[in-house]
Write a protein that binds this ligand. Structure first.
Ligand code: FEO
Length: 398
C-alpha cells in the first residue's frame, strides 16, 4: 500500500505484515495479518512516530522514501519499545544518523538494552511539548498500555492522537485505512477485541487511566499503531476500549462461555445437558472446544461474558491438559469476576474438579455448582448437569 496523507502534512507510512504466524510468538494472525502503522509529520522539522518490525524494514523504508528524504529526518518518536514498533530503528538510523530519538525515561533505558543505542537519545517528561513549526507534539505518559515505557503522542493543532498499542487491533489494512472507508467495520472491531484481550486486557486499569488522561481533550482522529485509523468516529474505538477495560472489575455481558474438552464424549454428553439448561433460560452461550480452539480466539468471549462453564474430564488425577492450559492463560490474562460452574467425567478417581476449584479461587470466580461423575453420565448425572446449566444461566441474568 502507498503512503497516504491523513491530515495536512501528516502521512501514514505503515506496512502490512502478512508473514508472521504468531504475533508475539503466541497469538495466531496468519489468517488476518496485522499492520504496523507509522506516521510521518512533515513540517519545518520532521518527525516519525513509531516504526515497524525489523523484518519489514525494507518495505518500511521504501514507504517513507516515497514521500520524504529520510536523510533529512529530525526526530524519531518512540511511543513504545516493543520490537514490532522499534525493530526497524537501526536500519533507519543508518540512513538518518543525525535524527534525535525521543522517548520516556524507561524507553531510553530500553533503547540501550535492546539496541545498544545511547547517542542522540533524549528523554521526555509527561506532558512535554515539541514544536515542529505549524505542528506541536505533546507526549503523554501512559505506562502499561502496553509496557512500562509506553506513551501516546498528541498532535495538538490537528487533534490527532497517535495511541500506539492502545485502540489497536489485528487485521492487515486491506487497501482502506480509515474506519469510514473500510468495507467491514464489524470485522475490524472483532479483531480489535481479540487484540485487546490477547495483548492489553491484563493492563485494563492502565488503559482506563490513560483514557482519563484525555478527558476534555478534543480528539478528531485516533491513529493507533495496529489496525484502522478512526477519523469518522474516533470516539467509537475509545468507547469500546473503555467498555472492554471496565470488564476487569464490573460484571460483563449477560452470556456464558462454555469451555469443553472430552476424551470419549462422556463429558460432552453432560455438557449437552447443561447447554439444554442454559438454553431453557434463553441465555446466550458460546461453546469452545479447548482441544481445537486457540486461546487467542477464546479470550474475547471469556473476557466479555459474565458466566463460565468448564466441562472437562480428569486426566491422570488432574485437569484435562488442554483445559488446564486454557485456564492457565485465562489466569495470566486476569479473567476475573465470573459466575462459574464445572462438570466432568472421571474413570476411577477424580482430580479435575479439585484443580478447577483451585483455578477458580485464584481467579476469584464465584463457583455456583461443580460435580464429577464416574464413567458415562447416568440419568441422574444428566439431570444434575441440566440443573447446573439452569443455575448458571439464572445467575448471569441477576
Ligand atoms: Fe504493538 Fe506492545 O506492541
Amino acid at each position: 500500500m502507498k503512503p497516504q496523507e491523513i491530515r495536512p502534512g501528516v502521512w501514514w507510512v505503515g506496512v502490512n505484515d502478512r508473514v508472521t504466524e504468531l504475533f508475539e510468538g503466541l497469538w495466531p494472525i496468519s489468517q488476518v495479518g496485522v499492520s504496523y502503522n507509522s506516521y510521518l509529520i512533515k513540517d519545518e522539522k520532521s518527525a516519525l512516530v513509531d516504526l515497524s518490525k525489523e523484518m519489514l524494514s525494507d518495505d518500511y523504508l521504501a514507504q517513507i522514501n516515497e514521500v520524504f528524504d529520510i536523510a533529512s529526518l529530525d526526530y524519531i518518536i518512540i511511543n513504545h519499545m516493543e520490537p514490532d514498533h522499534s525493530g526497524a530503528l537501526k536500519r533507519l538510523l543508518e540512513l538518518a544518523p543525525q535524527a534525535v530519538i525521543l522517548g520516556m525515561p524507561k524507553a531510553v533505558k530500553m533503547l540501550n538494552d535492546f539496541y545498544g543505542l545511547t547517542e542522540n537519545v533524549e528523554h521526555l517528561s509527561n506532558g512535554q511539548e515539541l514544536s515542529l513549526g505549524r505542528n506541536t507534539l505533546r507526549f503523554v505518559y501512559t505506562p502499561f498500555v502496553h509496557w512500562p515505557e509506553t506513551m501516546m503522542t498528541y498532535l495538538v493543532e490537528q487533534k490527532v492522537l497517535f495511541s500506539c498499542d492502545g485502540f489497536g487491533g489485528y487485521g492487515a489494512l486491506d487497501g482502506a485505512i480509515f474506519d469510514d472507508t473500510c468495507a467491514d467495520l464489524e470485522y475490524y472491531e472483532a479483531e480489535s477485541l481479540r487484540y485487546f484481550t490477547n495483548i492489553v486486557a491484563s493492563f485494563s486499569k492502565s488503559v482506563l487511566r490513560a483514557i482519563s488522561n484525555f478527558e476534555g481533550v478534543s480528539i478528531e482522529m485516533v491513529a493507533p499503531s495496529h489496525g484502522l485509523i478512526w477519523r469518522k468516529h474516533p470516539e467509537r474505538i475509545i468507547e469500546l476500549y473503555q467498555k472492554w477495560s471496565g470488564h476487569y472489575q464490573s460484571p460483563a455481558e449477560v452470556g456464558i462461555t462454555a469451555l469443553f474438552g472430552t476424551m470419549y464424549r462422556n463429558t460432552e454428553h453432560a455438557l449437552s445437558a447443561a447447554l439444554d439448561g442454559i438454553a431453557s433460560e434463553s441465555v446466550p452461550v458460546k461453546v469452545h472446544d479447548v482441544r481445537k480452539a486457540h486461546i487467542s480466539h477464546i479470550l474475547p468471549d471469556l473476557w466479555t461474558q459474565r458466566g463460565v462453564l468448564v466441562a472437562a474430564p480428569t486426566y491422570e488425577g488432574g485437569m484435562f491438559p488442554s483445559m488446564a492450559d486454557a485456564l492457565t492463560m485465562a489466569d495470566r490474562k486476569r479473567v476475573k469476576n465470573k459466575k462459574a460452574a464445572y462438570l466432568g467425567s472421571f474413570a476411577w478417581s477424580g482430580g479435575a474438579e479439585k484443580e478447577f476449584e483451585r483455578f477458580a479461587e485464584k481467579m476469584e470466580w464465584d463457583v455456583l455448582n461443580s460435580f464429577g461423575f464416574i464413567g458415562g453420565p447416568k440419568g441422574a448425572d444428566l439431570d444434575r448437569a441440566r440443573e447446573l446449566g439452569v443455575q448458571l444461566a439464572r445467575a448471569v441474568k441477576e
